[in-house]
Design a protein around this ligand. Sequence first.
Ligand SMILES: [Mg+2]
Length: 382
Amino acid sequence: MNFKHLRQLSCIVSEPRILIHCDLDAFFASVEMLHHGFPEDEPLIIGSDPQQGRGRGIVSTCNYAARTYGVRSAMPITEAWRRCPGSPYGPGRYIRGTRSLYSMASRRVMKILRKYADKFEQASIDEAYLDITEFTNGDWDEALGLARRIKSEITDSVGLTASFGIGSTRVVAKMSSEVNKPNGIHRVLPDEIHSFFQQRSVREVPGIGPKTANRLAEWGISTVDEASELGELALARMTSERFASWLLRVVDGTTSNEVSPIRSRRSIGKERTFPVDQSNHEVVLEVLEKLTVRVMAKAREEGIAGRLAEVKLRYTGFETHTHGRSIPVAMDDTDVFLRQVRMLFAQNVNQEQNIRLVGFRLGQLEVIDHRQTTLDGIDESE
Ligand SMILES: [Mg+2]
């Protein structure tokens, strides 16, 4: 075998995939601003009626201007009002939000993204993974150019901005899309993965939750490189074997690069119908959390992990909606999914209507590989 053949062979074996993670910027708020012509520098809060600071619901989401006041998703609406009061006491603009506008805008964006992907996976209403390896002939410069083109196409034709991360694994692509957010692109080449994680706080890694981060902090470890330098054994002693093995694979760029068009094949779920349609959405959220805990316990029992969290809401009159959200790697940790569920509920519940049934479903299931899947304390940092 001559050198040329050898080289070709090694390319086939080791060629990394090129993935894009696209995340729309402050999606619901941006759609509302665009639709109503609200100025960007005016704080916009979407959620339940604040009733001048006496309202009982929560914030679905808000724009960047509102975030500078400390307003956040899933925060009680009274707290949002305290931080950024509405007229005539302050600059905040409070609206209920129009769900149909979001799905319409999302469909238009996803249609654009899909055109450029060999494999495409919509991870949530405002997020998608694209495998562009074949599309770009495996060329990372081409990938950067493609991301720029897609970004301007979205802005030109839909009027929204998005942030793009380019990387060789789902985790790296997702983290990259955060780097220059909003309205930015960041690319991490395969040989830059180690330096990308250098000095980066463990909390920034999707999958590492407060519990694990705190445990590591007790040992004086706050960055990813500090954690990985410990080596698998020492890290496993501080956290768990699964976590240690997974984190080293994250830094090596060997975690999942699979982009799957099939959103869910099988699933595990539980639902509950209220004896009387429930008007108190805090009670509904409590029940939803309990269902999530039970589903995750069942999943762990069966040795199954999942990537998709799906919340089902049926309102008075049987109007039923399901809202889904994916995390980058399959996990079986309850806290991870509780966080997804709270976010999905906060962003999607119709504050106006009573709820008849609530449900949680874990989808995009994978059989747990004990060497690969993380446990305890792992969650999604958005
Ligand atoms: Mg987003």
